[in-house]
Each structure stands twice: as C-alpha cells, then as structure tokens.
Design a protein around this ligand. Structure first.
Ligand code: GLN
Length: 188
C-alpha cells in the first residue's frame, strides 16, 4: 500500500486523506520537511493559496517539496494546490513552487459563477464523466509545451500533468468518486 503525504498547513487536507483511503492508500500529514521522508507521493490541497504559500516558506518546505518532485515522486495539487504548483500567477506576488509550466489567474471564473459543479469528461479515467466541483477556482491561462492536458471545461484546461506532477483546478476529494485519487496512486 502506498503512503501519500498530504500537506496539512491549511485547507481541506482531511478530505484528501479520506479520498486517498477510499482509493486504497495510506496517508500521513506533512507539516515539516522530515514528514516528506516516508511519503511516496504528495498532495497539495485546496484552500487559500496565499496562506499555504506563506506557511510553506515559514516552515522551510519550499525547497524540500521541490526536491521531492525532482526525485520523480508524484505530486498532485488541487485548486489552491494547482496555483502553488504553477510557474506564474497573474497579478499577485505569491510564492510558487514552479513545478508545473502553467500560468494561472486566481478566482478567474468571476464572482457570479465562483462555484459550480459540472460533469467532466476525463478520458484517462474512462468513459463515465467525473462530477467536478469548482470552488473559487483558478483559470489556467497558459500551458507550456511539456504539459499534457487531461481534461478541459469550456476550452479551459482543468486537469493536467507534466511528468509526475499533476494539477486539477477542481476538487476531486469532494466528488465521492475515487477514480482520480486511484489514478494518482498508480503514478510513480
Ligand atoms: N481562491 C483560492 C485561491 O486563490 C483557491 C480556492 C480553493 O482552493 N478552493 O487560493
């Protein structure tokens, strides 16, 4: 059984831990660099990316997480986690890990439709659409050449990967569908 570290500084990390367990994995909470040593993968949850970013810096986790990814271990960021993995955030100065060559616009879906749910076709997960829950999600506004888009909503990439680094701008941990976490567990 694989042990996945779930970054537990802020946000909905406990829902991700539940989703990993439902998908057949073990979890440990990551709050400091030493916690990464026994993790075989890392999830960066949704929450408030500015807060999580500041705490990553404060707890000295930026470089350890970058080294973790450089060692080829799978990393999965959702919503705020996708923002933190990105190379560039429009208009905001905030710490980013730069592990995924994408540019994001925070809260890019606008106030009127800040949160919504939609069936999402994700071919790598099979024919049945995933119920995707978007909550004040970022919009991905540019994607580098090495990045593979695994799902799009209205022409905007919402699930992508670059090697073993994956990001979703929605919340797979809230859908009650374990397929995306199973897919992550099958990486690396
Ligand atoms: N709006 C949040 C941010 O910019 C992300 C929201 C979420 O993770 N659900 O950090």
């Amino acid at each position: 059984m694989k042990t996945i570290g779930v970054l537990a500084l802020q946000g909905d990390f406990s829902k991700h831990a539940e989703a990993v367990h439902a998908a057949g994995g073990e979890t440990l909470e990551v709050r400091e660099a030493a916690d990464l040593e026994s993790a075989e993968g890392l999830i960066i949850p949704g929450g408030e990316s500015t807060v999580i970013g500041k705490l990553l810096v404060r707890y000295g986790l930026m470089d350890p997480v970058k080294r973790f990814a450089a060692a080829g271990k799978p990393v999965f960021g959702t919503c705020a986690g996708a923002i933190l993995l990105s190379a560039r955030v429009e208009r905001y100065e905030q710490p980013c890990l730069g592990l995924l060559d994408i540019q994001v616009r925070r809260n890019g879906y606008g106030r009127q439709i800040a949160s919504f749910e939609t069936p999402l076709a994700v071919p790598v997960l099979g024919a049945i659409p995933l119920r995707a829950v978007f909550i004040r999600a970022p919009v991905i506004t540019a994607v580098g050449k090495g990045v593979e888009v695994l799902a799009e909503h209205k022409g905007i990439p919402v699930f992508l990967r670059q090697g073993a680094v994956m990001a979703a701008t929605f919340h797979p941990e809230l859908s009650g569908d374990t397929r995306l976490h199973k897919y992550f567990l099958s990486q690396g």
